[in-house]
Design a protein around this ligand. Structure first.
Ligand code: AMP
Length: 115
């Protein structure tokens, strides 16, 4: 499905990219909710959310996304202080873009439970 994220992958629209590999792209969120707010996405457009996740077929990409999160947290100096990873899925979660993405948030203290 074509979304704002697929247009970022194809470079049709610009983004502040912080990480890119064969299968994964990460860029700063346009509306940051913390001093560091990065979105980590697979380059494939076939996974709309965790609800589309297929065991076996998609295991590798999730591992690569988490590995990217670790690298980016180190690069952006939030690894030691701590950070939060969020994946919204569907209407009740507030998911806006139907392309799997991990929010990497850091640089401030977060409350729990989330709002
Ligand atoms: P979600 O609500 O989990 O679907 O998150 C979608 C995120 O994408 C939001 O935090 C938006 O601010 C972000 N977003 C939307 N359009 C862009 C864009 N063009 N560049 C960067 N981030 C975007």
């Amino acid at each position: 499905m074509e979304t704002v994220f697929s247009k970022i992958i194809s470079k049709e629209i610009p983004a502040k990219i912080v990480f890119e590999s064969e299968n994964v792209l990460a860029f700063h969120d346009i509306n940051p909710q913390a001093p560091v707010h990065v979105l980590i996405i697979p380059k494939t457009t076939e996974i709309n959310s965790v609800r589309n996740f297929i065991a076996g077929a998609h295991d590798k990409i999730i591992g690569e996304m988490l590995s990217a999160a670790k690298t980016i947290a180190k690069d952006l100096n939030i690894f030691d202080s701590g950070f939060r990873l969020v994946i919204n899925n569907g209407a009740d979660s507030g998911q806006e873009v139907p392309h799997l993405h991990i929010h990497l948030l850091g640089g401030r203290k977060f409350t729990w439970p989330p709002g």
